[in-house]
Write a protein that binds this ligand. Sequence first.
Ligand code: FE2
Ligand code: FE2
Length: 366
Amino acid sequence: MPNKCLLFVSAVPNKLLDIHAALKIDNICVPLSLERFSQGSVIAIDGIIINIDFKNVTAVETVKESLQNVDRNKTFLVFVVDSDKAGDLTEAFALGADEIIYRNSPKLALKQDWVKNTALRIRNLISSYDARQKQPKVLKQAIKSGDAALSYIFNSAQSGKLIKIQDLKKDIVSIIGALDEYGLDAWLELVRSHHSATYQHCLIVTGVATAFGRSIGCNDKDLERLSIGAMLHDVGKSKIPVEILEKPGPLDEFEWVIMKQHPNLGREIITQAHDFDPEVLDIVTHHHEYLDGSGYPDNLKGSEISDIVRIMTISDIFGAMIERRSYKREASPQQAYDVLSSMTTKLEMPLVRAFSEILKTFQKAA
Ligand SMILES: [Fe+2]
Ligand SMILES: [Fe+2]
């Protein structure tokens, strides 16, 4: 990893010194008070890690104003937030966060684990940021379109506004175009590190489902439907508490019960929207159903599960396994494929075999 200049901006800069120590072997780290940051005294920075109290309106305003002097095309932005305050997360993304670090990660109670984990996240972010800089403009634009589409979907659903297909079409066309031109591997390289866990997951699944649809010969109209379905498939998660969605550790039994409500919540949202093909509603509601009837929420079986849902379920499982979360190592594409192949009673095996074409794109890139 090349040397980077990172700023640690905090009301109490010393609080971040442990992370500073963990990173400084190959990076220049400058702890900085909020006041010094607002004076714009440091130039040529690669990344800024900001630790503020989001309840402090003056601090939030100071950060907002100071960031106007930062070239966001060259500098990535990380915010430290409390995992039990949903408002912190929203504020951080509104201020332009590329990445989030949780201050009070319940699963990483030991301070040294937290420091190690955080340093690792920052390292991943730096590598993905470097990779991003080298990627073609069209691809970066498509990722922005994906981001825009997802914030439109999730914000509309959260605030009770109807989602309109027309507002999504342009972004979907841009994503399909970029995937056709640059391939799934380049897409994943870009989306795997710098988004919230939920956005990352939806962008990965959209890429995987679209590439899969293309490889099995879907026509343009079907492919568009599949991509829209993938973008929306977890829309019900907009109603799940953010501390469960973004929890930096595996969910416990109680949290799973809540999480498993998302297909039904999604069904309500898409039914109210009136705007989508029945296939999209089917994807949103049934992407966790299995052929042997062991899935949810409707315990569908065999032929009750449509072809487009079967494609989405495979893409969703594969996507979830290869995504990068702070508390687990991602599976390699081959490991994820092996898991799909072992789900013989749950997934359609001829489709899983067809999915091996997707695997070849990674082998080519390796
Ligand atoms: Fe889901
Ligand atoms: Fe999903």
